[in-house]
Design a protein around this ligand. Structure first.
Ligand SMILES: *Cc1c(COP(=O)(O)O)cnc(C)c1O
Length: 438
């Protein structure tokens, strides 16, 4: 992970200090490459919602328009004659995706959407066998992931109330302790077929120790998959070296590729080589040389890469923004992004602590950050639990033209994103938190 860099938030508490931090930020120019969402009054908003939907890279429009023009001018010939031929369009995402998640190029593919990909990967990697049939998920897993795991269990004739295990934090704690996950795996591992965790939990913002949990699960003979919806583009990843079996992520959160954008998958090399693995097949998972021959009665032959999990030809109009977004990650570099991200989030955590430490009346702080304080155990998001009047908090945020999100009953999630957010924005958010209106 990124190194510790000397940064003392306490030395930057004034608005001018925040501005000075922005002035010396080498990544600051990237902000101008993104659209600035506006409120109903036409004024720019304080956008801290990259964990939900990243801002639009300005280059996305031209990328989509190029495909519309090629479709308009070429029709079906665009498959091979478009400026970027559609037939192999997804290939252009391969190398940057591999760099982004720490994979070899043949281990990744841009395809489909996240929950669909989780199911397709579970078809291959959730293989219950005798007493080993449970799926372990983290507490407060994203609903879609929980539904995917439950329905996979049902498809195999099992009962989710018995066979979906949930790793929970200790009473009174919000984050899961790695040693508790390890202990649970030692206790239950023989009965667990699959561990399916979010790399960064969407609710608490906790970044799990992916290599340690993967290794602990492997010691028990479990298969391990990671949902990286909140991790891809947020934290550095080394999926190949960590030996992760499979992973999937969406591209519209930190990857800024637009609503419902084409998602991504990782399958470890040791599995992509095994073309005999059970899977659902479609023509886009077959060898591209023979794909169009469509011989009758011939059996599906998967390619020996993550592409084998593709079923359909990809939606080019929603793949085009993925390509331009990934170029921005290559230009900025995950290491530099992580270094800035650690500072931005540390800055936010510090200012919020100051703001929350002066309760208006009650003895306890009005709100509490439930995301781990350890920078190694979080990405850019902080989740703020409002003990008092969450509605008043929401009102104050709305009045301040802040766009973040609210998880009922009382959690606000905020994400300063290093590609386009500033220290000044973090300062402004904390300033609203400080205001007595909360
Ligand atoms: C955002 C998110 C999803 C959304 O799934 P889609 O299939 O893209 O609608 C699923 N899981 C997690 C963990 C998420 O954060």
């Amino acid at each position: 992970m990124a190194q510790l860099e000397p940064f003392d938030p306490a030395a930057h508490v004034e608005l001018e200090d925040a501005r000075a931090l922005d002035a010396s930020d080498e990544l600051a120019p990237f902000r101008a490459r993104f659209a600035a969402p506006r409120g109903r009054d036409g004024q720019p908003v304080l956008y801290l919602c990259g964990h939900s939907l990243g801002r639009m890279p300005l280059a996305a429009r031209a990328a989509v328009e190029q495909e519309l023009s090629d479709w308009e001018a070429l029709g079906v010939e665009g498959h091979f004659e478009a400026q970027t031929p559609w037939y192999s369009y997804h290939e252009h995402c391969r190398e940057p995706l591999a760099r982004l998640v720490g994979a070899r190029p043949h281990e990744v593919v841009a395809m489909s959407s996240l929950t669909v990909n989780l199911h397709l990967l579970m078809v291959t990697f959730y293989r219950p066998n005798g007493a080993r049939r449970k799926i372990l998920v983290e507490n407060a897993a994203f609903p879609s992931d929980a539904y995917a795991a439950q329905t996979q269990l049902r498809c195999h004739g099992f009962d989710p109330t018995a066979d979906l295990l949930i790793a929970r934090p200790r009473p009174g704690e919000h984050a899961l302790r790695t040693e508790d996950v390890e202990a649970l795996l030692e206790r239950e591992g023989e009965r667990i077929a699959l561990v399916l965790f979010g790399g960064v939990n969407y609710y608490t913002g906790q970044l799990f120790d992916i290599p340690r949990i993967t290794a602990a699960a492997h010691r028990q003979g479990c298969v391990v998959g990671w949902d990286l919806a909140h991790a891809a583009g947020n934290v550095p990843l080394a999926l190949h070296d960590w030996g992760v079996d499979f992973a999937a992520w969406c591209s519209y959160k930190y990857l800024n590729s637009g609503p419902g954008a084409v998602a991504g998958c990782f399958v470890h090399e040791r599995h992509v080589r095994d073309t005999s693995l059970p899977r659902f097949g479609g023509w886009w998972g077959a060898d591209p040389q023979t794909r169009f021959r469509m011989p009758l009665n011939s059996e599906f032959q998967p390619v020996a890469s993550a592409d084998a999990w593709q079923l359909s030809n990809p939606p080019i109009l929603s793949l085009a923004p993925v390509r331009v977004s990934l170029e921005l990650f290559d230009a900025a570099g995950m290491d530099r992004l992580r270094a800035k991200s650690r500072r931005l989030t540390a800055y936010l955590a510090f200012l919020l602590e100051q703001a929350g430490a002066s309760p208006s009346s009650a003895a306890r702080p009005r709100f509490e950050v439930i995301t781990p304080a350890d920078p190694e155990a979080r990405g850019c998001q902080l989740s703020i639990l409002a003990h008092e009047e969450p509605e008043a908090l929401l009102g104050a945020l709305r009045d301040g033209a802040v766009v973040c999100d609210f998880r009922p009953p009382n959690v606000v999630r905020v994400a300063p994103v290093p590609l386009y957010n500033t220290y000044e924005e973090v300062w402004r958010f904390a300033d609203i938190a400080r205001a007595q209106r909360w």
